[in-house]
Design a protein around this ligand. Structure first.
Ligand code: FES
Ligand code: FES
Length: 164
């Protein structure tokens, strides 16, 4: 079946079997391999993408169900090739990743939170990433990364240390 999606701002089209998941379609048909296959049954959040801006598990959805939707993957967050978004940069700065397997899902969950709330409480952050499991258990630095990103967004991206 033909499926038409807007992925990271571009109209894309693929011919897929009806049983093919959105996750496999993103990875295999569009070579967007930043969305990871973890549990593949809706538990771990490694496959998280944004569908019309909302974090969603791409392993639980068939690509044909996403027809016509607007999809954002981790590859779509950077403002330009070779650059990082504020949230991505904050994860690097605070060591918010170890093996990196959960990281794209965590960053997309954080991105969605900060899109609607740039002053989240710790409870807001914990809730936003509550559907994402980090097997390396680096939750402390992940929360710190999101707090740091929120701080930078509020201060229009003044780097850590407060450079004038
Ligand atoms: S791979 Fe989709 S939730 Fe784990
Ligand atoms: S950094 Fe390894 S799973 Fe989270």
């Amino acid at each position: 079946m033909k499926v038409r999606l807007t992925i990271n701002g571009r109209e894309r089209e693929a011919d897929v079997e009806p049983r093919k998941t959105l996750l496999d379609t993103l990875r295999e048909d569009f070579l967007l391999v930043g969305s990871h296959a973890g549990c593949e049954h809706g538990v771990c959040g490694a496959c998280t993408v944004l569908i019309d801006g909302e974090p969603s598990r791409s392993c639980l959805m068939f690509a044909v169900q996403a027809d016509g939707y607007d999809i954002t993957t981790i590859e779509g967050l950077a403002p330009a090739p070779g650059e990082l978004s504020i949230v991505q940069d904050a994860f690097c700065e605070t060591h918010g990743l170890q093996c990196g397997y959960c990281t794209s899902g965590m960053i997309l969950a954080a991105h969605a939170l900060l899109e609607r709330n740039d002053a989240p409480t710790r409870a807001d952050i914990l809730e936003a990433i509550s559907g994402n499991i980090c097997r390396c258990t680096g939750y402390g630095q992940i929360v710190e990364a999101i707090e740091h990103a929120a701080d930078r967004l509020r201060k229009t991206n003044v780097p850590r240390g407060g450079r004038p």
